[in-house]
Design a protein around this ligand. Structure first.
Ligand SMILES: Cc1cc2nc3c(=O)[nH]c(=O)nc-3n(C[C@H](O)[C@H](O)[C@H](O)COP(=O)(O)OP(=O)(O)OC[C@H]3O[C@@H](n4cnc5c(N)ncnc54)[C@H](O)[C@@H]3O)c2cc1C
Length: 337
């Protein structure tokens, strides 16, 4: 039977814990159920939102349309006869459970992405990344359903337009394509990617580096850096690290020699958004129950009863002040709805 709920509370379905509701909330457990829900319940003038575990969204109002939360489960090894393992994972699986599955089976490629919240279905949307790794490097294809034609389509990796925290699913296909499964290609002979500074330091004392030790090091760094999810609502990094021209960067660096940066190409440089927010004076600031995490200014917090709009207003104030101080426009990484 199709699971459809009316006037459904959403505070347990978003990690900011914003107290709003959805007029219709559907939890399909198969691709067929997604199609049946779209056929039966989607009205032409009605808003549609697809969500996973709600760890990268900021809800600002009650949602007056239909929310679909694909809850299709399953992990299936398609092939492991060569040096790689090809694994099909359905959208409703939890991302970190999949990482654990890979590590337990000796499949390398996702260990640096340990402990990132969210569903497998959402991992391609913003090409999740951490500690020098991006999920695009292990994705072979992404399959889903177009919400207008109900056609099922598979995008091979080269067609996903993956970029830094970006993909075709976040651009042209936003809210028009429901991802149902992802095929990953992982290595049976992992080569560890430990060049990221903090990760290298954390692993320095280890005699042997293996998938499990990399995972444990990543978890340790993340626990030190991220707010306790039992105490605060948050959606991780609120802003993307801006990419600026080398020329502009050289000007900035003459005023701020310690500005953290990463080269993108010969013309562009990525600068740390958290540093910009901190230098603009926002670390630890709080307006009502909306605040900026003191240990990492890239993270906005809900201390308890902040509304989505209060967090959005705080983000807007930060954007204005960073622009005034550095002439850089911050873009949000979190999807504001
Ligand atoms: C504490 C914390 C730390 C984090 N750290 C990181 C990090 O290190 N690196 C990183 O990249 N991200 C990080 N994030 C962000 C978040 O974990 C990822 O973006 C994650 O992939 C979101 O998954 P989700 O299932 O919660 O998606 P949601 O938040 O539910 O949705 C995110 C977006 O994807 C769309 N979407 C979701 N599921 C589907 C689907 N099946 N089909 C089509 N569209 C869909 C939604 O419409 C929305 O636009 C962090 C978040 C938190 C709270």
């Amino acid at each position: 039977m199709l699971k459809i709920f009316k006037n459904h509370p959403l505070h347990k379905h978003n990690t900011f814990r914003i107290k709003v509701s959805a007029k219709f909330y559907a939890v399909p457990e198969t691709s067929g159920e997604i199609i049946a829900i779209l056929r039966k319940y989607r009205k032409p003038d009605q808003d549609l939102l697809i969500i996973g575990e709600g760890s990268n969204i900021l809800l600002t109002n009650d949602f007056q349309g239909l929310i679909i939360r694909p809850d299709i489960k399953g992990i299936e090894i398609l092939d492991k006869s060569s040096d790689n393992a090809k694994i099909k994972v359905w959208a409703g699986e939890n991302w970190d459970n999949f990482v654990v599955y890979c590590i337990n089976n000796g499949f390398g490629g996702v260990e640096n992405l340990s402990w990132i919240p969210g569903s497998v279905g959402a991992c391609p949307i913003q090409n999740i990344g951490a500690y020098g790794a991006e999920v695009k490097n292990v994705i072979e294809s992404v399959t889903g359903i177009l919400t207008d034609s109900l056609e099922q389509i598979t995008f091979t990796r080269d067609k996903c337009n993956f970029g830094y925290r970006d993909s075709i699913f976040k651009q042209e296909l936003k809210d028009r394509f429901i991802i149902t499964n992802v095929i990953f290609k992982l290595s049976k002979n992992p080569v560890f990617n430990t060049t990221y500074g903090r990760l290298q330091d954390e692993l320095a004392g280890n005699k042997k580096i293996d998938l499990q030790s990399v995972r444990q090091a990543v978890i340790k760094i993340r626990k030190d850096k991220l707010p306790d999810p039992d105490k605060f609502g948050s959606a991780g990094s609120f802003f993307r690290n801006p990419v600026i021209s080398k020329n502009k960067f050289n000007h900035l660096r003459s005023d701020y020699p310690d500005i953290p940066s990463y080269p993108v190409n010969l013309q562009e440089v990525k600068v740390a958004a958290g540093w910009l927010v901190e230098k603009a004076g926002w670390a630890g600031k709080r307006i009502g129950d909306a605040g900026v995490y003191n240990k990492q200014a890239l993270i906005l917090l809900n201390y308890g009863s902040a509304t989505g709009n209060q967090i959005k207003e705080l983000a807007e104030k930060i954007i204005v002040s960073v622009n005034k101080k550095f002439g850089i426009d911050l873009q949000t990484e979190v999807n504001i709805i």
